[in-house]
Ligand binder design. Structure first.
Ligand code: GLN
Length: 472
């Protein structure tokens, strides 16, 4: 195996046949990280020694008998997923030295399967952003062109997979943070249904919106990884899906109904590519029709009010007392709170906390928070209505192509680029970003698939068809 951009399925088969070992693979990925990551910035922490030890243990397990297909596969985790004994910073100064005393459920399940952790990936601070330029420890860059953003907030995870620095990675998706960087970097990004995957040990940003998601090279890989991390967890009451479902994509999409959602502004190249994807699905046997989702245009505003409100409550715990950084020259308890947060949190996080506190305060609560909740209910109903008529909605991921890191983007302009991904979080619906097509400048393009609650199987089936249609 020459390069490291190889599907998990193929790596696993090579391990089964004894053509390679987890130790050899792990060394290869660690070498790729050494060779490339100074230019990409996908990783915040590389856990080399632990990875080599885990790889040796995986090889022992494989020798001893039948193992899970993920046994010995080298992978990465976004730095907001708690890893016992390994720094988990959320790309924030306030958690710079935070070492969790416990593992997130998703990571515990991957360890049980025998996965090898290469390290923790870069992100926007506390997952607030769409570019991975808003973390405290530098930007992640797009492996397709390092002058461009990798997308965000799981930009490090997407870049690591795209660059062949990890076989797959987990990220988190509160408003598009798995799907959009996947689209920018040219990999598959899957956000499961709210309630499919445990959030225990995922550092909370907006608890009612987020899920742990998967970044992988193929749809099949994403499905395989989902079966491992999904399912009930006594430590997260909002996670209630049964464990052990198989998401291996079925063949063929004949008779599946696809709704093409072309509402809102987007780059012409992205629109044309979406039309092309619709045509390809039609030629493969799907029934394709245009669809409209009423009220969809209000989703973005509702998302920014609700996510900020939840963030202001969730991030109140970083007070310099219990977690992370404490200001050194604080003389009074009030100083501890104020200075620790002042020094520890970045500009974007502060902006959101102010907005969120405002949205929840007396006098604004009705007009902002309650109104946003109403919009959320309406948007959810509109999407559920749509799924009485179609099995999958086909829509853009990002309305724009990755932008230049050096040019940056104004915060509110950056918020606006999330307009096609936040509805799936407001509604809890499962969605997937699949690479499809190429832009004139040779960057990969992508399309988004959304399905009814808990229909990830349909997403994988349709996603697999798009991969095939794209190769053809
Ligand atoms: N870009 C969105 C935001 O900034 C989504 C972030 C996310 O999904 N974590 O809030």
């Amino acid at each position: 195996m020459k390069d490291t951009r190889v599907s998990v399925r193929a790596l696993s088969a090579a391990l089964d046949r004894g053509e390679t070992t987890s130790l050899a693979l792990t060394k290869k990925y660690l070498n790729e990280i050494k060779r490339r990551d100074a230019h990409i910035g996908a990783f915040l922490t590389v856990t080399e020694a632990a990875a080599l030890a885990a790889a040796r243990a995986a090889d022992q397990r494989r020798k001893a008998g039948k193992v899970h297909p993920l046994c010995g596969i080298p992978m990465a985790l976004k730095d907001n997923i708690c890893t016992k004994g390994i720094a988990t910073t959320c790309a924030s100064r306030i958690l710079e030295n935070f070492i969790p005393p416990y593992d997130a459920t998703v990571w515990r399940r991957l360890q049980e399967a025998g996965c090898v952790l290469l390290g923790k990936t870069n992100m926007d601070e506390f997952a607030m952003g769409s570019s991975t330029t808003r973390g405290a420890f530098g930007a992640a860059r797009n492996p397709q062109n390092t002058a461009l953003v990798a997308g965000g907030s799981s930009g490090g995870s997407a870049a690591a997979v795209a660059a062949g620095e990890a076989a797959f990675a987990l990220g988190s998706d509160t408003g598009g943070s798995v799907r959009q960087p996947a689209a920018f970097c040219g990999v598959v990004g899957l956000k499961p249904t709210y309630g499919r995957v445990s959030r225990y040990g995922l550092t909370a940003f907006a608890s009612s919106l987020e899920q742990v998601g998967i970044l992988a090279l193929t749809v099949e890989d994403a499905g395989m990884i989902l079966s491992v991390i999904a399912g009930k967890d006594g430590r997260d009451a909002t996670c209630w899906a049964e464990q052990g479902e198989d998401f291996t994509p079925q063949e063929g999409i004949h008779g599946l109904r696809v709704g093409l959602l072309l509402q809102g502004d987007m780059d012409e190249e992205i629109r044309q590519n979406l039309l092309h994807a619709a045509q390809v699905l039609k030629s493969m046997g799907a029934e394709v029709a245009d669809i409209a989702i009423p009220g969809e245009q209000d989703a973005l505003a509702a998302y920014y009010v609700l996510s900020a409100a939840e963030a202001s409550s969730n991030l109140a715990r970083y007070d310099g007392v219990r977690y992370g950084r404490r200001a050194e020259n604080a003389l009074t308890p009030e100083d501890v709170y104020v200075l620790s947060r002042e020094e520890g949190l970045g500009a974007e996080v502060k902006r959101r906390l102010m907005l969120g506190a405002c949205a929840l305060s007396a006098g604004y609560h009705e007009g902002l928070y309650n109104r946003a909740q109403n919009v959320r209910r309406q948007v959810r109903q509109a999407w559920l209505d749509a799924f009485r008529r179609v099995d999958v909605v086909l829509s853009p991921v990002s309305p724009v192509m990755p932008w230049e890191i050096s040019q940056g983007m104004e915060p509110v302009t950056e918020y606006q680029q999330d307009r096609f991904t936040v509805s799936q979080n407001l509604t809890g619906l499962p969605a997937m970003s699949v690479p499809f097509g190429r832009a004139k400048n040779s960057l990969t393009l992508a399309v988004q698939l959304t399905a009814a609650p808990f229909m990830e199987k349909t997403l994988c089936r349709m996603g697999r068809a798009l991969e095939e249609g794209d190769e053809a």
